[in-house]
Design a protein around this ligand. Structure first.
Ligand code: AMP
Length: 501
């Protein structure tokens, strides 16, 4: 059955879910299903395998959690019966929170498994036979190896952010985990992009999958994007200026290196901002404290490396500021996915130097639109990257910048076609009914800095090093950009500090 054939779903009641689950959905204040939920929950309830191509913030967690909870409540059997595997501690924590939220008022037990903290509490929870395990691959395999986890009863496996797990070198671990599971099971695989290796994994793992594709590489349409030219040494100064804007509420500022994240957070703190760092050199406790503080509004600014780009779901982040441009278009999508969540408005500002031309082109191609360039008054000395093909039109603005009237915009927006507004053109939910559509995910090439997959795997699951320093991918949509440019490598050259990320 293709998505196009299915009856449109506009209410959760159409799924005829078990009453406690309906109640939990109501308590979560989910009034209507999101597109990915409207399309994927039905087939998943029928027991079908699902391949979901969806960006973060689309509601994909509930799209798989709801059918899992329904199955768990309808067939009361000893656990663990649902295994969710994800790349980072932050992500699996959020997935478990979503499971807990949606099983409120029931007896279901959920738990997380990840490295970097003591095994003991996890082993204790395992003894109580949880129904749902949300795990990072490394620690899960450790506990499996020691005989603390029995996955023989798992009848539903979810791989979330499978493309990210592949980037981080987790694919061999995932294959080992698959070896511990019974063959008769339902598989749900979610990814934002579909590199060749993940497509191959999906072909091996999924039986006649229902394919749902929701705007898988296009950032939320509620996000306003802008590029700010600046010379490297004045980035902190420009940041301070932007943080003075009226509409600033809270921000994640992304830096390329851990050291820079730490130093910048300290500097902002000295300036009187409530800022905290989140980077891979911090202990799990420090990271948890930083995240908790940010979530609870004790901090307004989280200065993070890419570890925070994925999975983190904090509402009301008004700004994502890329102090350093990300290394891949996918990292851009994931970073800026931290704002504009749940259909809120958000701003994504990227500081650019003259070396960033190639990456700007790759990002614009990936999101299918040109991003406007804003020259802040006082920062006119910054040269525009030559490869953007645009000229710095400082002083020739015909429109006012959101909060600084005197700044200028370059004529960077596409002058042709739709999407001329601030936001990139957004493809509406495109229901993909055949696997050839998935294949349009394009090829993948890896630009993972100078670190080996094993180094990245270890750092993500155990020692909390940044995630999301992933691959690059050629655009899957020929002609999707409002300006046709040749595909350029999205690998950054001369990235001398990638080791330090
Ligand atoms: P996710 O893409 O799973 O990270 O979800 C993004 C956010 O949307 C999370 O905070 C969810 O709790 C929230 N969410 C998911 N489904 C719905 C819904 N149907 N209505 C309102 N919020 C939702």
């Amino acid at each position: 059955m293709s998505q196009e054939d299915s009856i449109p779903v506009t209410s959760f009641s159409q799924f005829e879910l078990i009453e406690p689950l309906n109640k939990a959905i109501e308590m979560a204040k989910y009034s209507a299903p999101r597109p990915i939920q409207a399309t994927a929950i039905g087939p998943a309830l029928e027991g079908r395998d699902v391949l979901g191509l969806a960006q973060t913030g689309t509601g994909k967690t509930a799209a798989f959690a709801i059918p899992c909870i329904e199955h768990l409540l309808r067939r009361n059997k000893p656990g663990p019966r649902v295994l969710v595997v994800g790349p980072t501690r932050e992500l699996v924590t959020q997935i478990e929170e979503e499971f807990r939220k949606l099983s409120r008022g029931t007896q279901l037990r959920t738990m997380t498994i990840y490295g970097g903290i003591s095994e003991k509490p996890q082993i204790k929870k395992l003894e109580r036979r949880p129904d749902v395990i949300c795990a990072c691959p490394g620690r899960l395999l450790d506990l499996l190896g020691q005989g603390y986890v029995d996955l023989s009863r798992v009848d539903t496996l979810i791989l979330d952010e499978a493309d990210h797990m592949f980037d981080m070198g987790f694919l061999p671990d995932i294959k080992r985990i698959l070896g511990h599971l019974q063959k008769q099971r339902q598989n749900l695989l979610f990814a934002a992009t579909m590199p060749r290796e993940i497509r191959r994994l999906a072909e091996q793992m999924l039986v006649d999958p229902f394919v749902v594709e929701i705007d898988h590489s296009v950032p939320a349409s509620t996000i306003e994007h802008a590029l700010y030219p600046v010379v490297e040494k004045r980035k902190a100064e420009m940041l301070r200026q932007l943080l003075q804007q009226d509409d600033f509420k809270s921000a994640i500022v992304f830096t390329r290196t851990k050291r820079r994240a730490r130093q910048l957070a300290e500097k902002l703190d000295r300036d009187g901002h409530r800022a905290v760092a989140l980077q891979g050199n911090m202990s799990q406790n420090q990271r948890d404290r930083a995240m908790k503080g940010f979530r609870q509004n004790n901090f307004d600014i989280l200065v993070a490396t890419d570890i925070a780009a994925r999975g983190i779901d904090v509402e009301q982040i008004s700004h994502v500021i890329n102090l350093d441009i990300p290394n891949t278009p996918e990292a851009y999508t994931h970073r800026i996915g931290r704002t504009g969540r749940s259909e809120r408005e958000g701003k994504a500002f990227t500081f650019i130097t003259e070396d960033d031309g190639e990456m700007i082109r790759a990002i614009e191609k990936s999101i299918g639109a040109s991003i406007e360039i804003i020259t802040l008054p006082g920062f006119e000395e910054a040269l525009l990257p030559s490869r953007t093909g645009r000229k710095n039109s400082s002083g020739k603005s015909n429109r006012s910048r959101p909060s600084s009237r005197s700044s200028s915009r370059s004529s960077s927006r596409s002058s042709s076609g739709p999407g001329q507004g601030r936001k990139p053109k957004r493809r509406r939910s495109s229901a993909s009914s055949d696997s050839s559509r998935q294949n349009s995910g394009g090829d993948s090439s890896h630009s993972s800095g100078n670190r080996s997959p094993q180094q990245r795997r270890n750092s993500a699951d155990r020692s909390a090093s940044p995630a999301g320093e992933g691959k690059s991918r050629r655009s899957s949509r020929p002609g999707s950009g409002s300006q046709q440019r040749s595909a350029s490598s999205s690998r950054r050259k001369g990235n001398s500090d990638s080791q330090n990320r």
